[in-house]
Design a protein around this ligand. Sequence first.
Ligand SMILES: Nc1ncnc2c1ncn2[C@@H]1O[C@H](COP(=O)(O)OP(=O)(O)OP(=O)(O)O)[C@@H](O)[C@H]1O
Length: 310
Amino acid sequence: MIEASHLTRQFGRNTAVSNVSFNIHNNEVVGLLGPNGAGKTTIMRMLSGYLEPTTGSVTVNGENLEQNAYTIQRQLGYLPENLPVYPDMMVADYLDYVATIKGIPRTERLRAVKEALFATEMTAHALQTIDKLSRGQKQRVGVAQAVLGRPSFLILDEPTNGLDPHQTEQMRALIDQLSRRATIILSTHIMQEVEAVCDRVLVIRNGQLALDQSLAKLRDCSSMVLRTDAAGDNLADLLAHLPQIDTVQCVKSREDMREYHLQLRGDCSADTAAGNISHCVLQAGARLYQLESQSRHLEDVYREVIDNGH
Ligand SMILES: Nc1ncnc2c1ncn2[C@@H]1O[C@H](COP(=O)(O)OP(=O)(O)OP(=O)(O)O)[C@@H](O)[C@H]1O
């Protein structure tokens, strides 16, 4: 588990990250979202041990990162925002060099390099020099160096940045595959990416943690659409008195049909709400045509969180 506790980082007078705390459980995939300059890269650099927090701490499986940086960094793969470039090196040589720096023993290095090349589908490019590669291929080399030696923790700063749709799809599949054996935190500007690969989302706004929410919880229904016939004049009243319902709004009223938007309370069970709503419809003497739950999209939640900060 990675525990970030009250992380703050200042650059001169600028507070890039302010009092941010969260935990990442083993084998979780967590997405870090936020506008430009929100502090995502600064957080990732602190989590990877390449930047010291001004105050606060990071522990990995209970060990303090600052005090055990060498041991922890050997279990950690990091794709930085801007990869150091070695344009004249061959891909395989570069990966061998990174494997050496990571402390992978000489006898295991060749196997580790081959495995990383295979995982990132770069085997065919192993003997090419890095400056001859496309943007997407370079990005894959970045991921290959991060996954060398099968680290238990992967920190990926905008892994699909600059990739075309096909390469993006491949990168998501790779992340999905890696998540079976590693804990992953990735930053991105793409909501669909978080929805596609992450279990949880952290939204950073002005250096602060503005939302820490599991995607499952986020997708939980928070409202329902109800359609009935036009009978049952007291239906809206009956619905409004249900403990699961926050607000009732009749959004369409025709001779033969009424449509209601029902906002549910945050902590209620959707199944219990559905049972009680249908009971109310029958009690009011109306006919139930449709009862459908509506889940929230990450994009809407993100916008609410970011707009609330202004
Ligand atoms: N080395 C540095 N020196 C001074 N200021 C910095 C440094 N690194 C980051 N900052 C500042 O810290 C703030 C957060 O930057 P950071 O790169 O963490 O944001 P970000 O969320 O990753 O942005 P983006 O989405 O644009 O990559 C910004 O105001 C930035 O200018």
